[in-house]
Design a protein around this ligand. Structure first.
Ligand SMILES: *[C@@H]1O[C@H](CO)[C@@H](O)[C@H](O)[C@H]1NC(C)=O
Ligand SMILES: *[C@@H]1O[C@H](CO)[C@@H](O)[C@H](O)[C@H]1NC(C)=O
Ligand SMILES: *[C@@H]1O[C@H](CO)[C@@H](O)[C@H](O)[C@H]1NC(C)=O
Ligand SMILES: *[C@@H]1O[C@H](CO)[C@@H](O)[C@H](O)[C@H]1NC(C)=O
Ligand SMILES: *[C@@H]1O[C@H](CO)[C@@H](O)[C@H](O)[C@H]1NC(C)=O
Ligand SMILES: *[C@@H]1O[C@H](CO)[C@@H](O)[C@H](O)[C@H]1NC(C)=O
Ligand SMILES: *[C@@H]1O[C@H](CO)[C@@H](O)[C@H](O)[C@H]1NC(C)=O
Length: 496
């Protein structure tokens, strides 16, 4: 076990005292500690002048306490940050910051690709982005739930859920694909995305219809794989605590990770102590109704997980919400006995929501104190959002297999159906269709009860504070019997 406190360098913050366990197999580089590379008390933006800012404030388009970063991605010198429009006053839902060593550790967020493309209530623009993925060809795959102000009393359902493909190098939108109702209803909550060549797999966290959405770029088609017992919240796992705050609500399918070499997608409901995998071969075949035969229950974990990510060597990294920690697992070994706690810090690891890899072969973790944001109890005088980085000499799963070369030409004609940008594939002989297929699976997987075995590092009591005694306010348990974060958010707003 290595404990390191980095001292302030010209550009670095005093780093978090974050532990990294050693394991028999780990190489020296894997013992690198996490350091804080950015931290924000609240989020501000690169306004086009004072007038623009004052106008946004006057119209209620910028309410600092209602902005939270939930998605993280990296591409060529920039971190891309997604700010889902859960509450009113989020001026931009997709932004970026320069990744290189910063003197300003709380930089203003630059709306991406532009302010215009972040216009609220303009269905041709981005409305509610929870996350993005950027493939090795520099295509950004943006998931946009469409519905906004999802936590408010009156969510706006003006725009439909869509997937937007944007070429980062050319700063050009290549495709805007609106999901059919059978795949994503207007209540969909497009949560996380991984890219597998021409395919994207997207988790839909929605309360009414959780599932894995598959998008096929070659055929411009989408379908959904549903599996009740492994994609819906499990009622024995709705409760956990973060920093003394109690969370008790059922939350469906959330973070996902892909191992392209094994052809497996890893997933779980947020409310679950288990991890599941599904064969991507099964996902990619819209005709298969026996999908459940390809689902494996990998076994238990010690806490609930939101975000997760795979590196290029088949190691899965994930957060453990209830124990303020990060863990990893070599997917070539049994899950049950090979999870390793890599860091634990009650102050710095509060709700790890998303992960990314940068060009320095570092893993970067976004923590966002969502437990406080949800309950409207974020203290704007404290640091609430952080990017933590550690050099682990690994790259993202996208590097695990050469990408499938694709050639896409785009046209920007506006269709009669809406403001969709049409595009054509020039490499594929198949004709472009928009037919959708819905796959429903109902078979449950067999479960073998097992005990969790997590290799715990020795915790240094001086550096890891104990859970603070909850205040009367934070002790409030908000619990109810439906199953999505969206509804939780709505209900919380109503209660407050
Ligand atoms: C990351 O760690 C490896 C192994 O210790 C080292 O070779 C490499 O230079 C480090 N990368 C950076 C950007 O410091
Ligand atoms: C946001 O940044 C602008 C400068 O671009 C500044 O004038 C404004 O006070 C900041 N807002 C907050 C809430 O800090
Ligand atoms: C940024 O900081 C790292 C770690 O100290 C250092 O290795 C690297 O050279 C710096 N990069 C730039 C562009 O200054
Ligand atoms: C992308 O293009 C738009 C205009 O189409 C422009 O307003 C915006 O600044 C550009 N963004 C970047 C990051 O270059
Ligand atoms: C919790 O529920 C899930 C799904 O119903 C089940 O697989 C798991 O074994 C249960 N865990 C415990 C600890 O009872
Ligand atoms: C699942 O169904 C597909 C299509 O019918 C079939 O090719 C495949 O062999 C089936 N898998 C199993 C394990 O039965
Ligand atoms: C994962 O485990 C397998 C089997 O033990 C081993 O061969 C491989 O080197 C491990 N991978 C990493 C990245 O540690």
């Amino acid at each position: 076990m290595l404990l390191t406190v980095l001292r302030c360098e010209s550009f670095l913050l005093l780093a978090a005292t974050i532990l990294w366990s050693s394991s028999s197999s780990s190489v020296e580089a894997q013992k690198a500690p996490f350091r804080v590379i950015r931290e924000w008390k609240y989020l501000n933006f690169t306004w086009d002048g004072e007038e623009h800012l004052q106008d946004a404030i006057a119209k209620g388009l910028y309410v600092p306490k209602n902005n939270a970063i939930a998605g993280l991605s990296y591409h060529k010198g920039y971190y891309y940050l997604a700010l889902p429009r859960m509450k009113e006053g989020v001026p931009a839902t997709l932004t970026r910051i320069v990744a290189e060593n910063a003197t300003d550790t709380a930089p203003a967020l630059q709306p991406y690709p532009s302010w215009k493309m972040n216009s609220l209530d303009d269905c041709a623009a981005l409305q509610n982005v929870q996350n993005v993925e950027i493939d090795l060809s520099g295509r950004m795959w943006i998931i946009d739930g469409g519905r906004t102000n999802t936590m408010s009393k009156e969510p706006s359902g003006k725009c439909r859920p869509k997937l937007v493909l944007h070429d980062v190098a050319e700063n050009r939108t290549m495709l805007s694909y609106t999901f059919p109702e059978s795949v994503a209803t207007s209540n969909a909550f497009l949560y996380d995305i991984v890219v597998d060549g021409y395919f994207a797999y997207i988790s839909d966290n929605s309360r009414s219809d959780p599932g894995l959405i598959v998008f096929d770029l070659k055929r411009v088609q989408s379908w959904k794989v549903r599996h009740e017992s492994t994609m819906r919240a499990q009622l024995n796992a709705t409760y956990f605590q973060v920093d003394g705050f109690k969370v008790d609500t059922p939350i469906n399918l959330a973070g996902i990770a892909l191992d392209p070499t094994k052809g497996l997608l890893y997933y779980n409901p947020l409310s679950s102590f288990r991890l599941y995998s599904i064969s991507t071969e099964a996902l990619r075949n819209p005709g298969w109704t026996n999908t459940s035969e390809y689902i494996v229950d990998l076994g238990p974990r010690t806490s609930q997980t939101d975000g997760m990510v795979m590196d290029d060597q088949g190691v899965l990294y994930f957060g453990l919400l209830g124990s303020s920690s990060l863990a990893k697992w070599n997917t070539s070994t049994p899950f049950i006995n090979n999870q390793e706690l890599i860091s634990k810090d009650l102050a710095y690891i509060q709700w790890p929501n998303a992960f990314a890899f940068n060009d320095e072969d570092e893993i970067v973790v976004l923590t966002n104190r969502l437990h406080k944001f949800i309950y409207d109890m974020m203290d704007l005088s404290e640091n609430n959002f952080r990017l933590l980085a550690s050099n682990i000499s690994r790259k993202s799963y996208l590097h695990a297999k050469p990408p499938t070369p694709t050639e896409i030409t785009t046209t920007t004609t506006t269709s009669t159906e809406g403001n969709h940008i049409h595009f054509q594939m020039v490499t594929t002989p198949t004709t472009t269709t928009t037919t959708t297929t819905t796959t429903t699976t109902t078979t449950t997987t067999t479960e073998k009860p097992t005990t969790t075995s997590m290799k715990e590092p020795v915790v240094d009591s001086e550096t890891v504070k104990s859970v603070p005694a909850p205040t009367s306010k934070s002790e409030r348990i908000i619990s109810y019997s439906s199953s999505s974060l969206l509804l939780l958010l709505t209900a919380v707003t109503l209660l407050l």
